[in-house]
Design a protein. Structure first.
Length: 146
């Protein structure tokens, strides 16, 4: 099933929407209630600039698995981009992700972006988050262990 998600991600990054959708349909046939599939669907919608639809998919992923770190991070990114939620809500998604996975460079990076954009945000806190993200990214394996 993860192979279908990985392939959907590749097709999404190449803007081959139909091929990505086919991969996600294959994944759905294998496991209709997969947080990972909902997350991949959300990434596809986000790539197509359908941010509200992507947010719905990330929410469905979190309904299936409230601890799905990629969906927590992606939700925070879309909410920040839409400027529809208060920054504390965005921060809560990122801190939840970091509570579950302290070594996630994307969560640290996005928390740094949040500190950077906050009114009265701390430049030092943002820099520390960016530094943590860079160090973790450098030491991350090319392909995650499963």
């Amino acid at each position: 099933m993860e192979t279908w998600h990985d392939l959907a991600y590749v097709y999404t990054s190449l803007s081959q929407w139909r091929d990505a959708e086919v991969c996600l349909l294959k994944s759905k046939a294998i496991s209709p209630h997969s947080a990972s599939r909902w997350h991949s669907t959300g990434l596809l919608y986000k790539a197509k600039d359908l941010h509200k639809e992507s947010l719905k998919s990330f929410k469905k992923a979190l309904d299936v698995d409230p601890n799905h770190v990629p969906s927590l991070i992606s939700t925070s990114i879309v909410l920040r981009e839409l400027n529809e939620q208060s920054l504390p809500v965005v921060r809560s998604f990122l801190t939840d992700a970091l509570r579950l996975d302290r070594t996630n460079p994307s969560a640290w990076y996005n928390l740094g972006l949040l500190y950077e954009t906050e009114t009265g945000g701390s430049a030092l806190e943002a820099a520390e988050c960016f530094e943590a993200a860079a160090l973790l990214q450098e030491s991350a394996p090319v392909e995650p262990f499963r």
